[in-house]
Design a protein around this ligand. Structure first.
Ligand code: GDP
Ligand code: MG
Length: 598
């Protein structure tokens, strides 16, 4: 019957291998979107997604495919984010599918997140259809890439399709393969409702909109639903599908992918991964795999203008409506005033939130260097979690400090293995193993502290491998490490927002570099400013910013009054993004120097 004509699939790939472009072509070739409304990366509808060319929130779309056998099939296509920070969302969207298109760029081959994503798909028992993309490019090597997929992942590529998502070449063949290879959903329409929530967004008009995959049963407006893990109940106001715009339906049934609204005001009640059932006729067991999102990276966000504190709170609350993984708590810094300590899934997530705050809410922010969460065992046998380095207790009260570790997988051409290993060793990495991908590339596995990854590891990795390395990592538990808190003092005053945690072994070296960097960043004043780094009362690095003698405008060597006025205006704007500590002005860049060691 109806279910047999449904195909639910996701597209997974390493970033930039062409997921979104392929989704565009599929929408276009099934007339889901008219040529007139077509724009590139249609499913990436957040401004930031379009500008950065990355997918942040996944999207599910229903489309109709007229099969060559004369049957009309219903496809549910789920575009997934490719970045490590969002891998939990990838995993949930995969759980909503029977199959996955594994897109691999024919000029690049398998990359770190190709593997990470394909393992997620295999974990979810999905049928995997390899798609070799970008075959229009002269440097494409589809045969080599297929061999790599067979050797490394161990999946058959004899039915793979070689496409160009850009030109549309062979995308029609791919659509036929989807019908043939990806199984139709099974599940009972008579059984109690059992649906997976794989996404939830907040819409100003409709409240929380849940993206769901029904495994059993039926749901319609008026039903009383229960979210099993969060144990809350609601009355359904509307069900429907996105195609790609929302279209209300009378009901959704087992096998369907669609949306449900139920006048839910709080997105925290609707965690991704939860199971939705009927409150009057509940299913017995929830779907497996539910997990709370745990922020791994914390940073302080402060308005440059202290009067904007409440504006910042409102903005964070608004963003949280759409992003349950964002955490924030008010905090006070002696240096920066009132702000929020925010928790993020990773660095990209942090970047995106910060940029949205500045752009969509017109806020000028100072962001402190990100930090991981430390588990600190105290001498009195209590354990505390420290998310802000300046709050690390006095060393004399601490028994030991544990920090989060990751298992990092780095794929790189043979020639750069030496450089990668050197970098990893210098970041306290412990070599685990090395696997050959083909005769020219390897996958190097290291265990290392997450804090070392946060210290611009990715940039360093890229620069030491001429951009060839790709990185993926998973949190791998906490381990005890020999860590110390380093304080930075300007003009004798401790600047709490500049405190950082370092491994004992690197503390002096990093302090010297930071002190030197700060000297270059903090503008001279009309008195000398000592910069010091200290562990407790012990100074481990120091330098001085010399005083200047003349007034600021004398630096502007121009006779042109217009230009002079413009430069002065520029200086004023730059000053807005500074914080005064004691008598010293500290620019935003200074708060990030902690990350930029060489
Ligand atoms: P995603 O990160 O996997 O979603 O990748 P995108 O779909 O955003 O594509 C990344 C880049 O590759 C974009 O600049 C696309 O225009 C380009 N691209 C995607 N598919 C093809 C293709 O088949 N051929 C060529 N030449 N470029 C492609
Ligand atoms: Mg994309």
């Amino acid at each position: 019957e109806k279910q047999r004509k449904i195909r639910n699939f996701a597209i997974v790939a390493h970033i930039d291998h062409g997921k979104s472009t392929l989704a565009d072509r599929i929408l276009e070739m099934t007339d889901t979107v008219s040529k007139r409304d077509m724009k590139a990366q249609l499913l990436d509808n957040m401004d930031l997604e379009r500008e950065r060319g990355i997918t942040i929130k996944l999207n599910a779309v229903e489309l109709t495919y007229h099969g060559k056998d004369g049957v009309d099939y219903v496809f549910h296509l789920i575009d997934t984010p490719g970045h490590v920070d969002f891998s939990y969302e990838v995993s949930r969207s995969l759980a909503a599918c029977e199959g996955a298109l594994l897109v691999v760029d024919a000029t690049q081959g398998i990359q770190a997140q190709t593997l990470a994503n394909v393992y997620l798909a295999l974990d979810n028992d999905l049928e995997i259809l390899p798609v070799i993309n970008k075959v229009d490019l002269p440097s494409a090597e589809p045969e080599k890439v297929k061999q790599e997929i067979e050797d490394v992942i161990g999946i058959d590529t004899s039915d793979s399709v070689e496409v160009s998502a850009k030109t549309g070449l062979n995308v029609d063949k791919l659509l036929e393969e989807i019908v043939k290879k990806i199984p139709a959903p099974t599940g009972s329409i008579e059984a109690p409702l059992k649906a997976l929530i794989f996404d939830s967004i907040y819409d100003d008009y409709r409240g929380v909109v849940l993206s769901v995959r029904l495994f059993d049963g039926v749901v319609k407006a008026g039903d009383h639903i229960r979210l099993m893990n969060s144990n809350s109940e609601y009355e359904v106001t509307e069900v429907g599908v996105n195609s790609p715009h929302p279209i209300p339906r009378d009901y959704l049934m087992a096998g369907d992918v669609g949306y449900v609204t139920a006048s839910i005001k709080d997105i925290n009640q609707t965690r991704v991964g939860d199971t939705m059932t009927n409150a009057n006729n509940p299913t017995e067991v929830a779907l497996p795999g539910y997990r709370e999102m745990i922020p791994m990276v914390y940073a302080g966000l402060y308005p440059t203008d202290n009067a904007k504190f409440e504006d910042l709170r409102e903005a964070l609350e608004k963003l949280k409506l759409n992003d349950a993984s964002l955490e924030f708590d008010p905090e006070v810094s002696e240096a920066l005033g009132f702000g929020f300590r925010c928790g993020f899934l990773g660095l990209l997530h942090m970047d995106v939130i910060q940029e949205r705050l500045e752009r969509e809410f017109n806020l000028d922010l100072i962001t402190t260097a990100p930090s991981v969460t430390y588990h600190v065992d105290m001498n009195d046998n209590s354990t505390i979690e420290v998310e802000n380095p300046s709050e690390m207790p006095d060393a004399s009260a601490i028994k030991d400090i544990k920090e989060p570790y990751v298992k990092a997988s780095i794929m790189v051409p043979n020639d750069y293995v030496g450089a990668v290993m050197k970098l990893c060793q210098s970041r306290r990495g412990e070599f685990v193993t090395m696997e050959y991908l083909d005769d020219a590339r390897v996958n190097v596995i290291y265990q290392m502290p997450l804090s070392e990854i946060i210290f611009n590891f990715f940039d360093k990795l890229k620069s030491s491998t001429h951009g060839y390395a790709s990185l993926d990592y998973d949190i791998d538990g906490y381990r005890q490490s020999d860590l110390v808190k380093v304080d930075i003092l300007l003009n004798g005053d401790k600047v709490d927002a500049l405190s950082f945690i370092s491994h004992q072994q690197f503390a002096e070296e990093r302090s010297r570099e930071i002190v030197k960097k700060l000297k270059g960043i903090i503008p001279r004043q009309n008195f000398e400013i000592p910069i010091q780094a200290a562990i407790g009362a012990k100074i481990i690095a120091r330098t001085n910013i010399k005083a200047y003698r003349k007034d600021v405008t004398s630096k502007i060597h121009t006779g042109d009054p217009d230009r002079r006025a413009k430069l002065l205006e520029k200086q004023k704007r730059g000053k807005k993004r500074m914080k005064s500590v004691g008598k010293v002005d500290i620019p935003q860049a200074a708060f990030m120097t902690v990350l930029q060691t060489d």
